[in-house]
Design a protein around this ligand. Structure first.
Ligand code: PMP
Length: 417
């Protein structure tokens, strides 16, 4: 056993899970590869749970960061003005928002995904003067009280120890026999139903932790329409599905909807450095200074790498390359599902946010374990870990993508034997 694992076991609280899935100590990472203490090389099909869409230690981002540090650029500045911040804001407007005809102000709510979700829920209540939030089964939005209260995962909610209030959970768009939207409209129309008009609805266009459930575009459009009709704010949580994971910068672009509030974090800094942004329609910018603040709002190192990361989006061939590689992934996963009927599998997802759900209990975890032994890092998702989830960096070269897919195929073959 490694000395480092011993130290961790002795002193760190048991509140950790990835060590169980990936029982080794990692020492180095480059692009789509990682290495552990023994020198073993792994293909990374996990990407920091979607926080490393451009891979590890991207050369350009690293150089910009090193230059900034060597020039003694401001590191911590709360929300004081800095050049790194101005550069990021401007480039985000120019490269991301303007070409997509999106008009949002940017708010820096704190360093992580849950911070952006909390700010969205809080602002929605203030703007509408209403309390409740509608969320969806299988949704995952974070671990703090507000974001957890809209998370549809009972195991995670039990972490709070007590019931969490002010949310109404509706069925997500992955129940073929259930029309949530008709149900939702009846509730809203019938003010005797006991369901108050909510402040907001919070939705992931593709649920990550919930099991790679992709909502149909028509469903998302209808959700937007209902929100508009009832004056409910639409919050899209793009913490995991955003920054290119589904093939476009924002996951909702393909559905043609324009949310009122967008939550971004994970891959936004591009370099695995914490950064979160809440995008809000300009008319929602009603907080007075001090009504929402935090010590680590907008980290300048993260701004530097995030600005460099946006270079990828200036190159028109980038989206096309994601699309082409995602076709390879789908074809390969479809073949696995049909070649191994014992898997009782179903391919799910969109773009580079994909997985196979297996009806056989424990099989997805078994496949992930075998992959790890063969040098491929991949996690499971879904309420019963029934999905193995492929999250390679968007920048992975085709050859290594194919190598990884071959390891998955071998691992499935070994698991169903
Ligand atoms: N929203 C979504 C959709 C997520 O997937 C996550 C994290 N997995 C979060 C919010 C919370 O982000 P964080 O862990 O950075 O607080």
């Amino acid at each position: 056993m490694s000395k480092h694992i011993d130290i961790i076991n002795k002193y760190e609280s048991v509140v950790r899970s990835y060590v169980r899935n990936f029982p080794t100590v990692f020492t180095k990472a480059k692009k789509h590869k990682m290495w552990d203490e023994s020198g073993k090389e792994y293909l990374d099909f996990f990407s920091g749970a979607g926080a490393l869409n451009y891979g590890h230690n991207d050369d350009k981002m690293k150089q910009k960061l090193v230059d900034y540090i060597m020039e003694d650029g401001i590191t911590h500045s709360l929300d004081m003005a800095s050049i790194a911040k101005a550069d990021f804001i401007e480039k985000f407007q120019e490269v991301i928002l303007k070409p997509r005809e999106l008009d949002y102000k940017m708010m820096f709510p704190g360093p992580t995904g849950t911070n952006t979700v909390e700010s969205a829920l809080k602002l929605a209540r203030k703007v509408t003067g209403r309390t409740d939030i509608i969320s969806f089964t299988g949704g995952f939005h974070g671990m703090t009280i507000g974001s957890l209260s809209v998370t549809g995962n009972s195991m995670k909610r039990q972490g709070a120890g007590i019931p969490l209030q002010n949310t109404v959970t509706m069925a997500y768009d992955n129940y073929v026999d259930h029309d949530t939207l008709v149900y939702l409209e009846r509730f809203l129309e019938d003010n005797g139903s006991g369901v108050a008009i909510p402040a907001a609805m919070i939705v992931e266009t593709v649920q990550g932790e919930g099991g790679i459930n992709a909502a149909r575009f028509e469903w998302l459009k209808k959700i937007e329409e209902i929100c508009r009709r009832w004056g409910i704010l639409l919050i899209i949580d793009d913490v995991q599905a955003g920054v290119g994971r589904t093939g476009t910068f924002f996951s909702f672009e393909a559905a043609g909807i324009k949310p009122d509030i967008v939550c971004l974090s994970k891959s936004l800094s591009g370099y695995g450095v914490p950064l979160a942004v809440t995008l809000i329609k300009p008319e929602l910018d009603i907080w007075k200074p001090g009504e929402h603040n935090g010590t680590f709002r907008g980290n300048n190192h993260a701004f530097v790498t995030a600005t460099a990361a946006l270079d990828y989006w200036e190159d028109e061939s980038f989206e096309q390359s994601i699309h082409e590689k995602s076709e390879i992934i789908y074809a390969s996963l479809q073949k696995i599902v049909s070649d191994y009927p014992e898997l009782k599998g179903e391919v799910r997802g969109r773009g580079f946010m994909v997985g196979i759900a297996s009806e056989v209990e424990g099989l997805a975890s078994k496949v992930a374990e075998k992959c790890f032994a063969k040098g491929l890092i991949m996690e499971t998702a879904g309420p019963n870990d029934e999905v193995f989830k492929l999250f390679p960096p968007l920048t992975i070269p085709k050859e290594d993508l194919e190598k990884g897919l071959a390891i998955i195929e071998e691992s499935v073959r070994d698991s169903v034997k």
